[in-house]
Design a protein around this ligand. Structure first.
Ligand code: ZN
Ligand code: ZN
Length: 406
């Protein structure tokens, strides 16, 4: 009988030696009896999500884990963010991540409009009234974030970011990255959109009110990360799997939903350090009633990695550890515990360091590893694999593959 597959992706879990931890990584320094038990009963190794030395984004990393070639499939972050907040995307559409920002005398003074929290729906409504030459959708996301989708044919995804990614300078004009008719058209439309966003936002009552309160106005929209909707073969046909995904952050939800996975809503799963880990674990167990394969992303370790906070990373890893033991209840299930990339607290960004990997299941070949961390897993029987092979390895264990040949 065939089994089931779980990929438990601890986002940014991998790390490097930290001086203040006497040369240990946060994962080594953490008390993790439950994760260690999976390692002891499982087989272990290291994994390069894309390839050795390549620093994956969470989007390209998850594409690779789902068996897509990120170098072919990836068209930019925008479409994943759009899908991740539930926007409908057509195959011709071009999507951008956007910020509400503050413009003063032609210069960007704050890329996040004072981290605006309230009134963005009203501002988004005003933006939606802009008259462009194409249909478009504009939706607010969390805080100062938003998504713009240009709809219809003859649009290209290859334009530079309007967002200058720094303050004290003007915003960039959109220009085509490659000189095609489609990219030129997108650039023209995008420049018009940004100019008109300033027109409709500058005198908006919400901004008048903000200025009166001494807050920065959200008076310009800065698009970035543009890309055409990627053509991903549906995972249900590519891998012949009923697949579900759990993820707190829109980017990863978007990757999973554009690949055809069912995105499972989990109450309390915030994608932050305050996420409800027990309800995520319960949702995984329940999710297997309808799915053969579940990918669950837990974002927390990445956040502490970006903040450079080893102690926070250790604390959150220990919280994960106290929740994951329940997964042992899953029968006939092969569980991979790993990450999508390392986010070392010493680097405060994603790095190409390989990830610890444990595969647990009833009849996996065990090895001599009895802890789940970078050092211990490097001695395991899986040795070092590529992230693009992980799903195949799990499918083979679960007897979900066809034989190649006679
Ligand atoms: Zn990530
Ligand atoms: Zn990150």
């Amino acid at each position: 009988m065939s089994g089931k597959i779980l990929m438990l992706i601890l986002d940014g879990i991998g790390d490097r030696s930290v001086k203040e931890l006497e040369g240990k990584t946060p994962l080594e320094a953490a008390e993790t009896p439950n994760l260690n038990r999976f390692a002891k009963e499982g087989e272990n190794g290291l994994m390069d999500t894309i390839a050795p030395g390549i620093r994956p984004g969470s989007d390209t990393g998850h594409l690779s884990l789902l068996g897509y070639d990120p170098y072919e499939a990836y068209t930019g972050r925008g479409p994943f963010e759009a899908a991740g907040i539930g926007m409908d995307l057509g195959p011709q559409d071009v999507a951008f991540r956007c910020n509400f920002a503050t413009l003063e005398d032609g210069k960007i003074v704050d890329r996040r409009a004072g981290r605006i929290k309230e009134g963005t729906e009203e501002l988004a409504e005003a933006v939606r009234d802009i008259d462009l030459d194409v249909d478009f959708k504009f939706e607010k996301a969390v805080e100062h974030r938003a998504v713009l989708v240009l709809k219809g044919e003859a649009l290209g995804g290859g334009v530079n970011d309007i967002d200058p990614h720094e303050t004290g300078t003007g915003y960039h004009e959109a220009t085509p990255l490659e000189n095609s008719k489609e990219n030129k058209r997108t650039a023209r439309i995008l420049n018009k959109f940004v100019r008109k966003s300033i027109d409709v936002l500058s005198d908006h009552p919400i901004n008048k009110k903000r200025e009166k309160e001494g807050k920065l106005p959200a008076n310009v929209i800065l698009p970035r990360g543009g890309g055409k909707v990627p053509e991903l073969e549906d995972i249900q046909t590519k891998h012949d799997l009923n697949a579900g995904a759990i993820a707190g952050i829109p980017l990863v939800r978007g990757v999973c939903s554009l690949s055809g996975m069912d995105v499972i809503e989990v109450e309390g799963a915030t994608g932050g350090l305050d996420t409800d880990l027990d309800s995520i674990i319960d949702a995984i167990i329940e999710g297997f009633e309808d799915n053969e394969f579940i990918l669950a992303n837990i974002k927390g370790p990445d956040l502490s990695g970006h903040d450079g906070k080893a102690k926070d990373k250790i604390d959150f890893i220990e919280k994960i550890d106290s929740s994951v033991g329940k997964l042992r209840e899953l029968e006939e299930t092969y569980i991979a515990i790993t990450g999508d990339h390392s986010t070392p607290v010493t680097v405060m960004e994603h790095s190409g360091d390989p990830l610890p990997l444990t595969i647990w299941g009833e009849d996996v070949r065990t090895d001599d590893v009895d802890e789940f961390n970078e050092r211990a897993c490097s001695n395991g029987g899986i040795n070092r694999i590529s992230g693009g092979d992980l799903l195949n390895i799990l499918k083979d264990l679960a007897d979900l593959t066809e034989k190649f040949g006679a």
